[in-house]
Design a protein around this ligand. Structure first.
Ligand code: BGC
Length: 562
């Protein structure tokens, strides 16, 4: 009998991304932990999400926020124990919340036992062959083996000191110097990754988020790249220029035939992963972090694993025509492989959506309108912790920055810390209720004069962003329009009587609800016919329908039913 249902749960699920160190601190050490997640499961259940995606909680020196994994089959003791993890899965599942964990196949931490063994071994040894070790160029090997560049800045190669004390070979790291890339042509790497998948699947996880899924295969001739900087910039979400999204998409063209990204061999590895996922019951799946060009190539990852992130929605400017074109393109692309589209407004690598939109007074309104839209679209939706509170990026003083991008860019790029600060649970408590450590102990400081409402305040405020998200997630679970995750939708920009754009996006879902989003600076009145019942609005109080018409305020979105 097949292990798969016709309608796997993840096709239309809402996922909540937890960045564990910043979620909730249960033991007053200034660092969020697994018990902090467990104690807030009631909050997550009330919010109405279907699954949690936990960013890495594995032992790590935290030189890249835990994406530098020293042991992929263990828990960092500062975050908890395996028993805590079992408890988390049990308690979450009891509340009908599934657990998805991050898996980082492209690289490990230099603290991983394998890398320590490699450093202690000889060139060409089995230990070195788990990584990409090469002799340098130049008279005495003093130059890097080629021109590849790290995504975080500088050469992608670092020279080691051999056990005899002499300068020696170079190793490849597409990210931080502390994150050596694995050599996936070595079958041991695939075998070990499968062991990791099974380890977490056996503990009850429902799926994986696959970090840098495009990266595992490299050109083993190590030929120079024609445009090494352009290539790595193509995957930097934080470099996307909202005013010029097409240029980001254009940059991705460099990936075609690239020596480091989106090579065909990665799909052979994922085919083996697929077999593992399929050998478990319960529709286990994975979502790939993968940019590729053209989009058909990105969709191959969804074919392999289930889902792929469609990041174009995350960078789209707040302009009706751009939004509609992006939505249509994402839905079309996903449909070509019968994959569900995915909608993401922010994650731990990007500016928070409010800040991306410009930190203007209207940005929060626009972000809320986009949330209404994202939840109305077919497929899966991902919410990054704090997005449901309408948080914007925090200012971090330079001496407190943690992201390796800050150092590696020579202090020109502030990096991603602004969206990673510990969450505000209750604005009246020390550390905004994140935990009971001294403020100095927080792993990343909260802003001194943080003018935010915490969870407790927002729960009691019908106008809060939190209550908007709760209403949206409730609709997803209860309204017939969301019964079919693959529901047909139509989108258009509403034109006025002269044929000019009104700035209103109209979306119809399953012929059961109409969603209107006003991206213009003015209020706009729209004919809604029978759809006169307001199911949800992004601004409070709800606008009213009268005689088949509704006036939608600027930067507001409404969902209407019959
Ligand atoms: C993760 C980043 C991380 C990088 C290297 C990314 O895709 O989301 O946070 O820095 O992979 O592991």
């Amino acid at each position: 009998m097949s292990n798969h249902s016709e309608h796997p749960w993840w096709r239309g699920a809402s996922f909540y991304q937890i960045y564990p160190r910043s979620f909730a601190d249960s033991n007053a050490d200034g660092i969020g932990d697994l018990q902090g997640v467990i104690s807030n499961l009631p909050y997550l259940e009330q919010l109405g999400i279907d699954a949690l995606w936990l960013s890495p909680f594995y032992p790590s020196p935290w030189l890249d926020g835990g994406y530098d994994v020293a042991d992929p089959r263990a828990i960092d003791p500062r975050l908890g124990t395996l028993d805590d993890f079992r408890e988390l899965v049990r308690h979450a599942n009891a509340r009908d919340i599934k657990i998805v964990v991050d898996v980082v196949p492209n690289h490990v931490s230099r603290e991983h036992i394998w890398f320590k063994q490699a450093l202690a071994s000889k060139p060409n040894s089995a230990e070195r062959n788990r990584f990409h070790f090469r002799d340098g160029l130049g008279i005495a090997g003093e130059l890097p083996p080629n021109n590849w560049i790290s995504v975080f800045g500088g050469s992608a190669w670092t020279r080691i000191t051999e056990p005899d004390g002499n300068p020696g070979q170079w190793y490849l790291h597409l990210f931080d110097v502390s994150q050596p890339d694995l050599n996936w042509t070595n079958p041991e790497i695939l075998a070990d990754s499968i062991e990791t998948l099974k380890f977490w699947l056996d503990l009850g996880v429902s799926g994986f988020r696959v970090d840098v899924a495009i990266g595992m295969a490299k050109d083993m001739t190590y030929a120079d790249s024609p445009d090494p900087q352009g290539l790595v910039d193509a995957i930097r979400l934080d470099l996307f220029d909202p005013a010029d999204p097409e240029s980001s998409i254009e940059r991705r063209k460099l990936m075609i035939g690239s020596p480091i990204f989106d090579r065909d061999e990665v799909h052979e590895y994922f085919a083996e992963w697929r077999k593992v996922l399929d050998s478990y019951s319960g529709d286990r799946f994975a979502v790939a972090e993968a940019w590729a060009y053209p989009t058909e190539r990105a969709m191959r990852y969804a074919v392999d694993l289930g889902q792929v992130f469609n990041f174009d929605f995350l960078i789209v400017p707040f302009i009706a025509e751009s939004i509609v074109a992006t939505i249509d393109r994402i839905i079309e692309d996903a449909a070509t492989v019968q994959a569900p589209p995915t909608w993401v407004l922010s994650n731990h690598d990007t500016a928070r959506v409010v800040s991306r939109l410009g930190d203007k007074t209207t940005s929060l309104h626009q972000a809320r309108a986009l949330a209404v839209l994202a939840h109305s679209l077919p497929g899966g939706v991902y919410i990054y912790q704090g997005e449901e509170l309408g948080l914007s990026d925090a200012d971090i003083s330079d001496d407190k920055r943690q992201d390796p991008i800050w150092e590696r860019s020579g202090h020109t790029d502030k990096g991603r810390d602004g969206g990673r600060v510990p969450l505000p649970w209750d604005s009246t408590l020390p550390n905004y209720g994140f935990g009971e450590s001294s403020p100095e102990q927080l792993w990343l400081p909260q802003p001194m004069e943080w003018k935010v409402d915490g969870v407790s305040q927002q729960l009691n405020d019908p106008a809060s962003t939190l209550n908007l998200y709760r209403r949206l997630l409730k609709l997803r679970h209860t309204h017939p329009a969301w019964k079919n995750p693959d529901a047909r939708i139509t989108t258009e920009v509403v034109l006025d009587s002269t044929g000019a754009s009104t700035g209103i996006i109209r979306l119809i879902r399953a012929d059961l609800v109409v969603v209107l989003v006003n991206t213009s600076d003015a209020d706009v009145t729209v004919d809604v016919g029978d759809f006169a019942q307001i199911l949800c609005a992004s601004l409070h109080p709800n606008p009213k329908c009268q005689d088949g018409y509704i006036t939608v305020p600027s930067n507001c979105a409404v969902i209407l039913g019959k």
